[in-house]
Design a protein around this ligand. Structure first.
Ligand code: ATP
Ligand code: MG
Length: 422
C-alpha cells in the first residue's frame, strides 16, 4: 500500500519547527507493509492544503497528514479536505462530547472555537485523540476510479504518535495487500560511506530487497530491507543477509541495530570482566560522558580524568617531563604514558588516552589541526597511534577522536592479536 505524507503548518515551511512527524510516520508504515512514496508540505492556507492533498493522492492510495486540526483560525485542514472532497463540514457529536468532557475534567471553560474541532468533513470517521482535544479523521475519496483515503492527525507529536499506533497503523495493516517489510541495520566504523557501499555491492539480488546507507556522525550505517507475503519468514532472509554482511565487513561491523560504540565497548568489558580508566586531553571528557551514558557502566569504568594541562598530565598521570619536552604533549609517547598512568591510578585492567589538537588554533606545520594521538595500555603492553583527521571543526575532531578511541578499545577486546597491530 502506497502512502503519501503531508506536513501542514506555516512553522514547518518557515523552518521554525523541524518536521519530525513525517519521519516517524514513514518509519512506522513499513512494519505494516505500507510504504511512504512521497512527502508533501503546505502552509496554513486552505487552497494550498487542498492542493497538497491533491498531489499526494496522485502518488498514493492513502494521504496521511499532520497539523492544522486545532481550534484557531490558522487550523484549516478540515476545511481544506471538505473542499477537496466536495462535502460540507458537519458537527460530529461524539467528538464534541469528548471535547466538552475533556474541558470539564480540566475544570476549564470551553471556548466557542473548540466546537470547531468537532466539525469534520461529512461522512468521515473520527480518529479518537486520547491525549488532546483535536480528533483526527479519515475520509474516503475517489481518484482515478479507485478508492483513496485521507487520514488527518494533529500536529503535536505525542498526540500524533499515539493515534498513529492505536488507530491508523492497525487500520492500514487490515487494508494492506498482504505484504510486509522487515529491515535490519548494520552499524559500522572503519570504512567510509563509499567503501561501505562497495563492500556491500550485490549483497541483495535486485528485486529481493533494498540497501540504504545513513551517515549519522560518527555512525555509518547500512540498512537492508526485504519484503514478502505476511506469512513469509523475513527474519530468516535477514539472518542470511546478516551472515554475508558479517563476512564482508568483518570487524568494521560493530553492531547489529542502531547502537553506539560505547554500548558495544560496555558489553565487551562486562563480558570479559575487565575494568577501564580513561585519560582525556583533547576529548575533554567526551569518552567518559559517552561511557557513562550506558546503564551499568559503573561495573567497568573506574576513573576518568581530563588532564588538559601538561602539569596535570605529569602530576596526575605520571607523564614524564622529558617526554613532554622531547615529543610535545600531542605525541604517541605522551598518549602511551597517559594510558598507562590512568590505568595504574585507576587500578584498572585497561587505560585509554587521547591527546590532540582540536583547533581551530594551535596547529603547527609538524602537527596541524586534527593531529590526534590515542594510547591504550593493558597489563603487559601498550599501543598507540597518531592520526591526521584534518582541519575540521573542533566538535568534529573531538567527536571523531572519542569514536576512534572507543573503537580501538572494541577492537582490542574482540581480537587478542590486535594488541600489537598498528
Ligand atoms: P493544536 O491543537 O495544538 O493546534 P494542530 O493539529 O492544529 O494542533 P498544529 O497547530 O499544526 O497542530 O501544530 C501544533 C504543534 O505541533 C506545533 O506547534 C509544533 O510544535 C508541532 N508540530 C506540528 N507539525 C509538526 C511536524 N510535522 N513535526 C513536528 N512537530 C510538529
Ligand atoms: Mg494548531
Amino acid at each position: 500500500m502506497r502512502v503519501a505524507i503531508v506536513a501542514i503548518g506555516d512553522e514547518i515551511l518557515a523552518g521554525l519547527t523541524a518536521d519530525t512527524n513525517t519521519g516517524i510516520i514513514a518509519e512506522k508504515l513499513r512494519a505494516v507493509g505500507a510504504e511512504a512514496v512521497s512527502l508533501h508540505g503546505a502552509p496554513d492556507d486552505e487552497a494550498a492544503i487542498a492542493l497538497a492533498f491533491e498531489r499526494a493522492l496522485e502518488d498514493a492510495e492513502v494521504a496521511v497528514s499532520t497539523g492544522g486540526l486545532g481550534p484557531t483560525a490558522d487550523d484549516l485542514t478540515t476545511a481544506a479536505v471538505a473542499r477537496l472532497t466536495g462535502v460540507p463540514l458537519a458537527l460530529h457529536e461524539p467528538s464534541l462530547r469528548a471535547i466538552e468532557e475533556r474541558f470539564r475534567d480540566l475544570g476549564r471553560p470551553m471556548s466557542e472555537n473548540n466546537r470547531k474541532q468537532a466539525m469534520l468533513p461529512e461522512g468521515s470517521e473520527e480518529i479518537a485523540n486520547p491525549t488532546g482535544t483535536a480528533p483526527g479523521f479519515r475520509c474516503g475519496v475517489q481518484r482515478r476510479g479507485r478508492q483513496c483515503w485521507i487520514v488527518s492527525l494533529p500536529g503535536v507529536p505525542s498526540e500524533m504518535l499515539r493515534m498513529l499506533d492505536e488507530s491508523v497503523l492497525p487500520w492500514l495493516a487490515e487494508r494492506g495487500d498482504g505484504v510486509r517489510f522487515a529491515s535490519r541495520v548494520f552499524s559500522t566504523f572503519g570504512l567510509t560511506e563509499s567503501a561501505l557501499d562497495e563492500s556491500l555491492a550485490g549483497l541483495i539480488p535486485p528485486g529481493e530487497g533494498r540497501l540504504a546507507f545513513r551517515a549519522a556522525f560518527p555512525r555509518i550505517q547500512a540498512r537492508v530491507t526485504v519484503s514478502g507475503p505476511t506469512d513469509s519468514d523475513l527474519d530468516a532472509r535477514l539472518d542470511a543477509l546478516e551472515r554475508e554482511a558479517r563476512r564482508r565487513l568483518a570487524d568494521n561491523l560493530y553492531a547489529i541495530g542502531d547502537m553506539g560504540m560505547e554500548e558495544v565497548v560496555g558489553s565487551l568489558l562486562t563480558e570479559r570482566q575487565l575494568t577501564l580508566g580513561v585519560a582525556e586531553s583533547c576529548t575533554g571528557g567526551l569518552i567518559g560522558h559517552r561511557l557513562t551514558e550506558v546503564a551499568g557502566s559503573s561495573s567497568y569504568l573506574r576513573l576518568g580524568v581530563v588532564a588538559y594541562a601538561n602539569e596535570s598530565k605529569r602530576a596526575l598521570l605520571g607523564v614524564q617531563e622529558a617526554t613532554l619536552a622531547q615529543h610535545g604533549a600531542v605525541s604517541i609517547q605522551v598518549a602511551e604514558q597517559m594510558a598507562e598512568g590512568v590505568r595504574l591510578l585507576a587500578g584498572a585492567d585497561l587505560g585509554i588516552a587521547t591527546t590532540g589538537i582540536a583547533g581551530p588554533g594551535g596547529g603547527t606545520e609538524d602537527k596541524p589541526v586534527g593531529t590526534v594521538c590515542i594510547g591504550l595500555a593493558w597489563s603487559d603492553g601498550v599501543w598507540s597511534r597518531r592520526y591526521q583527521l584534518g582541519a575540521r571543526s573542533r566538535g568534529w575532531v573531538k567527536g571523531m577522536t572519542a569514536q576512534l578511541a572507543l573503537d580501538r578499545l572494541r577492537r582490542w577486546l574482540i581480537r587478542e592479536d590486535d594488541r600489537h597491530q598498528t
